[in-house]
Design a protein around this ligand. Structure first.
Ligand SMILES: *Cc1c(COP(=O)(O)O)cnc(C)c1O
Length: 358
């Protein structure tokens, strides 16, 4: 079976060598040496000044919304993984959807101002598929209306925009290190901010609010990652260059061989060093997608409908209709993309798609 993704696993001896350090120290949690080392190495790799690694990519969204959303209306994108909207509702904030740009698939910044009310506290936008939102315009709007900006950058590991890490944009930016993401720790994630006071709040929030063993800065939750997961990150990180290189080869092959007279690819924003995180194709209509998907499935090829449905239509978040997002969500399919996906398999995927487009 060929799945949409296949987790990259480093050689097991290398993982064991790193794990041995946790055994030797008999220390598995509470920001041990492996977590601290992974934070240092990620700062260097990403050229960023700070990072807090967390136990997944959802908790950082919840912490960010708790600190900056303050129970208000959050302007957000309907085209993302469900965690973006679920975190808003989970934190007792109200999602207010703004439709997406038809080519970039990120929130349409030209429609944000019309959605702002006196209850709006923040904008939560997703750099979907690692494609940057229009961060400059969003920042200007946020300044004008005194709003906070949170980026769900779950897909953006290693993406640079205008020469700096995409994680450097927004008041808080979050990432996921889930096993299906480009860089992973099995389960894991991270949060980023360049504001020192906010960094302090994020830090204590992810550790029960602790200020030493007996004192507390404020409210907190458990967002910590274990040494076992950090060991996986340390074992995967040296392979990032290879991982990104192999993914690029797969994407170049799709780009060169799929029949784009009937399909559309997404457009990556200018000045982006992208991370080849997903390969979405957009069909002319849902019926065409479903018929191609059916034939692929019959050949044990399992693409995924990232992202369906449009989040404004889910039962706990019912929002206004979002024509572009709903249309794209019904027609978009992410094709298999992972290290080790060879030319023979790629050819059969491409042939099935091209032959069944009608
Ligand atoms: C994966 C993902 C998340 C959630 O990350 P987890 O690590 O699975 O909790 C949030 N937002 C988006 C856009 C994602 O793709």
């Amino acid at each position: 079976m060929i799945n949409v993704t296949k987790t990259f696993l480093p050689p097991q001896e290398e993982y064991n060598d790193i794990l041995k350090r946790a055994w030797d120290k008999q220390w598995l949690t509470n920001r041990g040496e492996l977590v601290l080392e992974l934070e240092q190495k990620l700062k260097q790799y990403l050229t960023i000044s700070n990072i807090i690694i967390t136990n997944n990519g959802t908790i950082p969204l919840q912490i960010a919304l708790k600190l900056l959303g303050k129970g208000g209306e959050i302007i957000t994108t309907p085209f993302s993984y469900v965690a973006s909207t679920a975190a808003i509702v989970w934190e007792n904030c109200t999602p207010v959807f703004v439709d997406i740009h038809p080519d970039y698939l990120t929130i349409d910044e030209t429609k944000i101002e019309a959605a702002i009310t006196n209850k709006t506290t923040a904008i939560l936008a997703t750099h979907v598929f690692g494609n940057p939102c229009n961060v400059e315009v969003i920042e200007a709007i946020a300044k004008k209306y005194h709003l906070k900006v949170i980026y769900d950058a779950a897909h953006s590991f290693g993406v640079n925009y205008k020469g700096i890490s995409l994680f450097d944009y927004g008041d808080i930016s979050t990432c996921s290190f889930h096993a299906t993401k480009v860089f992973h720790t099995g389960e894991g994630g991270a949060m980023f901010t360049n504001d020192e006071a906010l960094y302090h709040q994020l830090f204590y929030s992810h550790n029960f609010g602790h200020n030493g063993p007996l004192d507390f800065y404020g409210l907190g939750i458990n967002g910590k990652i274990s040494e076992l997961q950090a060991a996986m990150g340390l074992a995967v990180l040296p392979y990032m260059e290879m991982i990104l290189g192999e993914r690029k080869i797969v994407i170049d092959f799709y780009n060169a061989n799929l029949d784009f007279s009937k399909l559309k690819a997404i457009k990556i924003r200018k000045n982006t060093d992208w991370n080849y995180s997903y390969y979405p194709i957009i069909f002319e209509n849902e019926a065409q997608l479903l018929s191609v998907e059916k034939v692929l499935n019959e050949h044990q090829i399992m693409p995924r409908r990232y992202f369906y449905p449009s989040l404004n239509t889910i039962n706990y978040a019912k929002g206004q209709t979002m024509p572009i997002s709903e249309s794209i969500a019904s027609r978009i399919l992410c094709l298999p993309l992972f290290v080790g996906l060879g030319e023979k398999d790629l050819r059969s995927i491409i042939d099935i798609i091209n032959i069944n487009l009608c």
